[in-house]
Design a protein around this ligand. Structure first.
Ligand SMILES: NCc1[nH]cc(CCC(=O)O)c1CC(=O)O
Length: 309
């Protein structure tokens, strides 16, 4: 039997989503043996420096060691959360498959009486470390206290049981994939808070010349998801921004028309720029690039640069 080695970070979420991918791949390739190999990244080893890495523009925080393992043929397919993946892959690697997205939305989890964003009392302490969520919260509810909250999903959920936090905001997808959907109190709709580009989607990365494993991975590719996240990621790339920028994007398809919404905010909440465009899903990349240049024309770059300063 042929063996394909699938590489991933070792966090609960990374392992859960990789096991899901492997189960899907096994359905398509029952005669292939899939082996999961965990790899520790700079992001896992050095959470404290996350912020300074973002400032230096280090976009490969969660993926560098995994990409090295691909290039050195220690693994054949890497599974990533798409939103953590830089908009460009290193020479020799490519994204060869994007499985069907789960839920793209952010969610709120709160203490008793703190279970809806709009109903949080003034001064409520909301935990998040994402610059996008911080920028949004400061603009939407300047009266809230935003408190840094890092760590994996378990650590963040535990924060709700301490006096330091009243509510936290997380990606729905992470909770759904780790079977903690029941902990979600409120799904925050994209018209309130735009998710991170690619949120809720996975990417399977392979060597660009490895036809065999490209074919293996591509068996679980989802074209509809690909159109949507291509629009979102081209928007992000067009802004010259990465996964640690105060940028939100969400694409949806209705009646054969793709609508892309974009958002850029000042980290202090003082300014937000929002835009939207729609067109043929086949033009998804152009739609993303157009919206980016439109919003650059409205001053988006200054907001992105200020957040990294
Ligand atoms: N940056 C961490 C990260 N990367 C992917 C997810 C969630 C799952 C996803 O969006 O696919 C999370 C946690 C979070 O933002 O709450």
């Amino acid at each position: 039997m042929r063996t394909v080695t699938v590489g991933t970070r070792g966090s609960t979420l990374a392992l859960a989503q990789t096991r899901w991918v492997v189960a899907r791949l096994k359905e398509e390739w029952p005669d292939t043996d899939f082996r999961i190999q965990t790899i520790s990244t700079k992001g896992d080893r050095n959470r404290a420096s996350l912020e300074s890495m973002a400032q230096k523009g280090d976009k490969g925080f969660w993926v560098k060691e995994i990409e090295d393992a691909l290039l050195e043929k220690r693994i054949d397919i890497a599974v990533h959360s798409l939103k953590d993946l830089p908009t460009e892959q290193p020479a020799g690697l490519e994204i060869s498959s994007i499985p069907k997205r789960v839920d793209a939305r952010d969610v709120l989890i709160g203490k008793e009486g703190m279970k809806r964003l709009a109903d949080l009392p003034p001064g409520a302490r909301v935990g998040t470390s994402s610059v996008r969520r911080k920028a949004f919260l400061r603009a939407y509810r300047p009266d809230l206290a935003i408190i840094d909250l890092r760590g994996n999903i378990d650590t963040r959920l535990a924060a709700i049981s301490t006096p330091d936090y009243d509510a936290i905001i997380l990606a729905a997808a992470g909770l759904i994939r780790t079977e903690m959907r029941h902990r979600i109190d409120e799904f925050i709709e994209p018209d309130v808070l735009l998710p991170a580009p690619g949120q809720g989607a996975l990417a399977l990365e392979t060597r660009a010349d490895d036809d065999l494993n490209i074919e293996v991975a591509y068996a679980i590719h989802d074209h509809g998801t690909d159109d949507r996240i291509t629009a979102e990621r081209e928007f992000l790339a067009g802004l010259g921004a990465g996964c640690m920028a105060p940028v939100g994007a969400h694409a949806s398809v209705k009646g054969g028309i793709l609508t892309l919404e974009g958002w850029v905010g000042a980290l202090d909440g003082g300014q937000v720029i929002r835009g939207t465009t729609s067109g043929d899903p086949a033009e998804c990349a152009d739609l993303g690039a157009e919206l980016a240049s439109d919003m650059l024309g409205q001053g988006a770059q200054a907001l992105i640069e200020a957040a990294h300063a």
